[in-house]
Design a protein. Structure first.
Length: 299
């Protein structure tokens, strides 16, 4: 099942106020003291942020800007081949900079006229209820750090490249933004943790790793695929199954490997009807109703 905490390096603050990002032993930057200090500083700025305050401005280094330029250029090329037309059109309207890392308020200024979404800073993991619930107010919590310069096309955790190139290009579509808002509204109705986890799983297989068939080809719309240099070339080799919310919500999967099973829509309209419709009507009893319905249909 989806456990969001596995995706992010834990962030702690000591009694004297020092902030530490705890990188895993396999992280490309774990032995780089400068990178670790940088991560701590950026996380501290996000932790000090409160709604209504100015969004922290990060003075990105030349090294960090170069990572963005490399990843941005390479992913843009991949998108032309593998991204769906809805994402490509939204991306063209959003027009993210390719020569520098945009500040979060810069992303917000471009997004608001398109879909009403704004970005807010996150140090790392945001609790599921807060992260998804904020979509109801058209707010997206985003990290601001950049992956280690030794691996500009790889990251073991969501960074600004994932949050911005992946999610902002998706949220720039009013059709996808409406689904995000429905997610947030659903969270406001949910009281149980199992229901919240079910919702998170469906989001994972749709807005993170969703694919759609267009003119005989399978293309991606999920932010996890749009921001992954490696996986965006491999998703067509996955076991592609029809949209099935009950299966998506109960799937067991490994987030550390390319996804072997993906759920393929036949159109953007089907994503709106099936995925958007699920989020729009979900309540705490929905997962059990879907499981019972699926079991009955299999008999």
């Amino acid at each position: 099942m989806f456990t969001e905490a596995q995706l992010y390096s834990p962030v702690t603050r000591s009694g004297d106020g020092d902030v530490t990002v705890h990188l895993s032993d396999e992280h490309p930057g774990v032995h780089d003291s400068d990178y670790r200090a940088r991560r701590n500083d950026i996380a501290a700025l996000a932790l000090d942020y409160a709604p209504g305050k100015p969004v922290p401005q990060i003075a990105y280094t030349d090294e960090e800007q170069q990572v963005w330029r490399i990843a941005s250029a390479e992913l843009a090329r991949k998108h032309q081949t593998y991204a769906c037309t809805e994402v490509l059109a939204a991306s063209a309207r959003l027009a993210l900079p390719k020569d520098h890392i945009p500040q979060l308020d810069e992303v917000s200024a471009a997004l608001v006229p398109l879909s009403g979404f704004r970005y807010a800073p996150a140090a790392g993991l945001v609790p599921l209820r807060q992260f998804f619930g904020s979509f109801a107010d058209r707010t997206f919590h985003s990290t601001q750090y950049i992956r280690h310069h030794s691996a500009p096309l790889y990251t073991p955790e969501p960074d600004a490249i994932h949050e911005i190139i992946g999610h902002a290009n998706q949220i720039a579509s009013p059709r996808f933004a409406a689904i995000y808002e429905a997610v947030g509204a659903a969270v406001g109705r949910l009281e149980t943790e199992p229901a919240l986890k079910f919702l998170a799983n469906v989001f994972w297989f749709s807005m993170e790793f969703g694919v759609v068939r267009e003119e005989g080809e399978v293309r991606c719309y999920g932010a996890g695929l749009l921001s992954s240099y490696g996986e965006i070339e491999e998703f067509r080799q996955a076991d592609l199954r029809p949209l099935d919310v009950a299966a998506m919500g109960t799937a067991v999967y490994d987030i550390t490997h390319y996804q072997p099973i993906l759920y393929c829509a036949e159109s953007i309209a089907e994503i709106e009807d099936v995925i958007g419709g699920f989020f729009a009507s979900m309540d705490d009893e929905t997962p059990d109703r879907l499981r019972h319905s699926s079991a009955a249909g299999a008999q």
